[in-house]
Design a protein around this ligand. Structure first.
Ligand code: CA
Length: 233
């Protein structure tokens, strides 16, 4: 699935250049040429990211960013600000408004794409569609397939999401509560113990070549997915 980027920029040549570059790099684009259009295009299906010019007819980019961050449905859409300004105070104001990153004009297409990918990866590390590989354990998020050394592994949907989360967040301890928020979602009421049940199932499913040992219980804290051998203390 292609990611959709809303480009809010009043200068047509710059907007055209940006949309061209984005589409060449596999993104879909939505265009807006001023503040009001920017607001009007923030509807379902929501864009995955907003590229926002600082100076816009009808209202500043910062104002638009603040508005976006106020609403439940648009709050989590990452914003990259396009700006000719390099003033520190302006940047601080922007970050306070919830902007994720800046690209200062003039910028190269390569830089723009790199920044966009970095922000998407940071904001939703599990959303990138690349196949993950961890010492012989592979997970393909597009085909929904998991295998060990080429041999297919059967996982339930929760175990799949759990493994996906672990493989994109390695070497860090997560509490049961954090795992629930990230894997089950924040609006779901599930007991902490449920996590343990699914961890057990996941471990069992990937047992065979020692991959189950990657899922480590950290006493009193939670779980960690790690390729390093657990200390025996
Ligand atoms: Ca402008």
């Amino acid at each position: 699935m292609k990611r959709r980027i809303l480009v809010v920029e009043d200068e047509a040549p710059i907007r055209d250049m940006i949309t061209f570059v984005l589409e060449q790099n596999g993104f879909n684009t939505i265009e807006a040429q001023d503040y009001d259009q920017g607001i009007a295009k923030l509807i379902e299906p929501y864009p995955d990211l907003v590229l926002l010019d600082w100076m816009l007819p009808g209202g500043t980019g910062v104002k638009l960013a603040k508005k976006l961050k106020q609403h439940e449905h648009t709050r989590n859409i990452p914003i990259i600000m396009l700006t000719a300004r390099s003033d520190e105070d302006d940047k601080v104001r922007g970050f306070e408004a919830g902007i994720d990153d800046y690209v200062t004009k003039p910028f190269s297409p390569k830089e723009l794409i790199a920044r966009i990918k970095a922000v998407i990866r940071r904001v939703s590390p599990t959303s990138l569609e690349e196949t993950l590989d961890f010492q012989g354990l592979t997970l393909d998020p597009v085909a929904h397939r998991v295998s060990i050394s080429g041999k297919s592994v059967e996982l339930g949907p929760t175990e799949f999401r759990l493994l996906h989360f672990f493989m994109t967040h390695t070497e860090r301890v997560y509490s049961r509560e954090q795992l629930l928020d990230n894997v089950w979602g924040t609006n779901v009421y599930v007991e902490d113990r449920t996590v343990d049940v699914h961890i057990r199932r996941l471990r069992k499913a990937i047992t065979g070549e020692g991959h189950e040992n990657f899922i480590q219980t950290v006493r009193g804290s939670g779980y960690r997915f790690s390729g390093k051998i657990k200390s025996l203390i």
